[in-house]
Structures are given as structure tokens and as C-alpha cells.
Design a protein around this ligand. Structure first.
Ligand SMILES: C[S@@+](CC[C@H](N)C(=O)[O-])C[C@H]1O[C@@H](n2cnc3c(N)ncnc32)[C@H](O)[C@@H]1O
Length: 202
């Protein structure tokens, strides 16, 4: 049926979104990848921990992802399943590999993600810094994508990014509103509430 990768926020159970709380309530089964995520979920519902060992050993990583994909898929083929993760599920999360593996093996399972407050933005409130210039987020790997805010001239911005080696582009405007527009046909003009997402090849 449906598998939802659910953002649980950066560590405080009060920093879950209303939508996350509703989905936890409606889900038939909830999985989490560790104790911190479990603590964020427990005020709202029960959950099962799936073990994701922290290792660089590729064979262990492969075995783990295969096993966990099987466990989650076995539930998600006939139920609404949530997989809760610290922060946001689409940023440096266990869910990225898990969803790719489930998608490969069980293409009929619908997989969605619901954003959570990421540590990438939440830290600023805790350490009292304000950022209003471009900044870099890194885990030590090569830079693979760029997010351009206020993309009022998307095509022009894209042309500049092609020079920097970016090859794939998605224009996203007024997200999560009734006027949302998401397209890879990059327009000449964009609204102030817009983002141009650019990525390089892996
Ligand atoms: C696997 S990544 C998960 C990121 C997460 N998906 C997010 O959106 O915040 C784990 C890294 O996120 C950062 N992180 C997550 N939660 C944090 C917190 N409460 N305080 C500080 N750093 C945090 C740390 O750098 C940690 O090593």
C-alpha cells in the first residue's frame, strides 16, 4: 500500500509537525532506525526499532539494507506504514537507501516522504546564529547539488549553473500551497517564493 518516510524533527517531541503526529496516529505500523527516533515517536504511538549498524563494511551495509527492506515491505504491501527519522527524511537519512531498495524490489508500494524540521535549519535557533548569505552544508563528501532561493530568473540561473557542471534542474514554486508548481521545464520567470534545485551526476 503506502510507505511514508516521516520527518520527526531534530530531537524535541514538540518539534514534530501536526502532519507527522496525524500520520503516526493513522499508520498501521511505525518503524524507526534507533532509540532517539523512538523517543520522539513514543509520546504519540508505539514503534519498532530496526537496526542500522554504523559501519563502512559494504557487505554488512548491503545485508542490513536488504533485510530491513524486506521487513518494511512485508508490512507496507498491505498496510499504511510510517518510517520515522530524525530531522528530515530527504537529508542524509537512512530512509534514502531504504526507499531506493524497496522501490527496486517492490515497485507497487507507493513511497512518499513528509518533511520534518531538519537539524540543518534547527541548529541556528539553538546556537543563536542568523544566516542571510549563501552557505554550505557538508558531510565531507563532494558537493552534488545546489539550492537557489528567490529564483526569479530561473533560466538565466540555470545557464550559469551549467557552466559549474550542474546537469539536472527542477524548478519549484509556492510549494505546499494551492498554487504549487514543480517542473523540469525551467521557465524564464519565477515567483519570489521559488527554488531552483540543481544536481550533478553521482
Ligand atoms: C544521518 S544525519 C541525519 C540528518 C537528519 N535527517 C536531519 O535532517 O537533520 C545525522 C547528522 O545530523 C546532524 N544532527 C541530527 N540531529 C541533530 C541534533 N539534534 N543536534 C545536532 N546535530 C544533529 C548531525 O550532524 C548528525 O551527525
Amino acid at each position: 500500500m503506502v510507505l511514508i518516510g516521516l520527518g520527526l524533527g531534530p530531537g524535541d517531541p514538540e518539534l514534530l509537525t501536526l502532519k507527522a503526529i496525524r500520520i503516526l496516529d493513522e499508520s498501521d505500523k511505525v518503524f524507526v532506525p534507533g532509540k532517539l527516533a523512538l523517543e520522539l515517536v513514543l509520546p504519540y504511538t508505539d514503534a519498532e526499532i530496526l537496526d542500522f549498524p554504523m559501519t563502512h563494511d559494504k557487505s554488512i551495509l548491503e545485508r542490513t539494507i536488504d533485510h530491513n527492506a524486506e521487513v518494511v515491505a512485508a508490512e507496507a504491501v498491505h498496510k499504511l506504514v510510517a518510517f520515522g527519522l530524525i530531522g528530515d527524511p530527504n537529508f542524509f537519512s537512512t530512509f534514502i537507501r531504504l526507499k531506493n531498495r524497496i522501490h527496486e524490489k517492490y515497485p507497487d508500494i507507493i513511497i512518499e516522504t513528509v518533511p520534518g524540521i531538519s537539524s540543518i535549519t534547527a541548529f541556528a535557533s539553538r546556537i543563536d546564529v542568523s544566516i542571510d548569505r549563501s552557505f554550505v552544508v557538508s558531510d565531507g563528501s563532494q558537493v552534488g547539488s545546489k539550492i537557489v532561493l528567490k529564483a526569479r530568473t530561473p533560466k538565466k540561473i540555470r545557464d550559469g549553473l551549467i557552466e559549474e557542471g550542474y546537469i539536472d534542474f527542477i524548478f519549484a514554486e509556492k510549494l505546499f500551497t494551492e498554487d504549487e508548481r514543480v517542473t523540469d521545464e525551467i521557465p524564464n520567470k519565477g515567483d519570489y517564493f521559488s527554488i531552483l534545485y540543481a544536481s550533478k551526476k553521482e
